[in-house]
Design a binder for this molecule. Structure first.
Ligand SMILES: [Zn+2]
Length: 243
C-alpha cells in the first residue's frame, strides 16, 4: 500500500462496493462511459482512479501571476480557454506539495490533429466524461495538464486541487495527459520535445527526480499510456533526458 493510502474510506472504495452490488446494466453503462474518454477506464472499473478524501491538506505555494496561473506556467494555455464549466471544489481535495509526476494518454481514438480547436474540444469531451463518471461526481477533469499533438501544453485541473488519475495514488501526484491513443499512434518528434521540456520544467519546479517520474502502468494495472508513449518514456528516462 502506498504511504499516502489511509484507512479512511475513500471515494474509490465506495465506488467499488457499489459496483460489486450493481446490476449488469449499471456495469454496462459504466463500461460505455469508459469507452468515451479516459486512460483509466480501458479495462474494468478497478482501473478507475480514486479520489482520496483527506483533511488538513494544504495547497502548494504557487506564485501567482495577474492571470492567476503560476509563474512557471507561462506559455501554458489556460483552462478557461477550453473548459465549459468551472471546477467543483466540493468534489475535490486540496493538493498537497508535488512529489511525483505521472504520465497518461487518453486512450480514446487516435488523435493526430494539430488544430488548437480540436484539442480544446477533446479536452472538453474528456472533462465531461470525468464529471459524469461513476455513482459519485468528480470535480473536474482528472489531469493537471495536457499536451496535444502539436506540442501545446494546456492547463487542466488547477493545481490547487488534487488530481484524479491514479487509483489511491493521487496525493502530491501531478497528472500529465498526452492527448491521443499511443497504442494506435506514434509519439511524434514535436510531442517528444514538448513532453521533455514541460516535464523537465515541472521536475525542476517541484524538485521531482527521475525515480518519481512515472507512467500510469508503472503504478497500476492499465495499458495507459500505450505502447508508443510507454516506450518513449522508458527510453527517455533511462537516457537521462528528463530533469
Ligand atoms: Zn492513465
Amino acid at each position: 500500500m502506498h504511504p499516502n493510502d489511509t484507512t479512511r474510506t475513500d471515494r474509490h472504495d465506495e465506488v467499488g462496493s457499489i459496483l460489486s452490488a450493481a446490476s449488469t446494466r449499471r456495469l454496462f453503462i459504466l463500461g460505455s462511459l469508459a469507452l468515451l474518454a479516459g486512460c483509466t477506464t480501458t479495462r474494468t472499473s478497478q482501473d478507475l482512479p480514486g479520489v482520496i478524501w483527506t483533511k488538513g491538506a494544504t495547497a502548494p505555494k504557487a506564485r501567482p501571476t495577474p492571470s492567476g496561473m503560476p509563474v512557471d506556467d507561462r506559455g501554458v494555455i489556460g483552462r478557461s480557454t477550453w473548459a465549459k464549466g468551472n471546477p467543483i471544489p466540493a468534489n475535490m481535495n486540496r493538493m498537497v506539495p508535488v512529489k511525483r509526476i505521472t504520465v497518461h494518454h487518453d486512450g480514446m481514438d487516435a488523435f493526430t490533429s494539430t488544430s488548437r480547436s480540436a484539442a480544446a474540444a477533446r479536452l472538453e469531451r474528456i472533462r465531461r466524461s470525468h464529471l459524469s463518471r461513476g455513482p459519485q461526481k468528480w470535480g473536474d477533469i482528472g489531469y493537471h495538464y495536457a499536451i496535444d499533438p502539436a506540442g501545446r501544453v494546456w492547463e487542466c485541473r488547477p493545481l490547487t486541487w488534487q488530481g484524479a488519475h491514479v487509483k489511491n495514488q493521487n496525493p502530491g501526484n501531478l497528472g500529465i495527459l498526452v492527448m491521443g491513443n499511443y497504442d494506435r499512434q506514434q509519439v511524434t518528434v514535436v510531442q517528444k520535445k514538448a513532453i521533455d521540456a514541460f516535464i523537465s520544467s515541472k521536475m525542476r519546479q517541484y524538485g521531482v527526480g527521475r525515480r518519481d517520474l512515472h507512467t500510469h502502468q508503472e503504478l497500476a494495472p492499465t495499458a495507459c499510456p500505450g505502447r508508443s508513449l510507454q516506450g518513449f518514456m522508458v527510453q527517455a528516462r533511462s537516457s537521462g533526458t528528463f530533469g
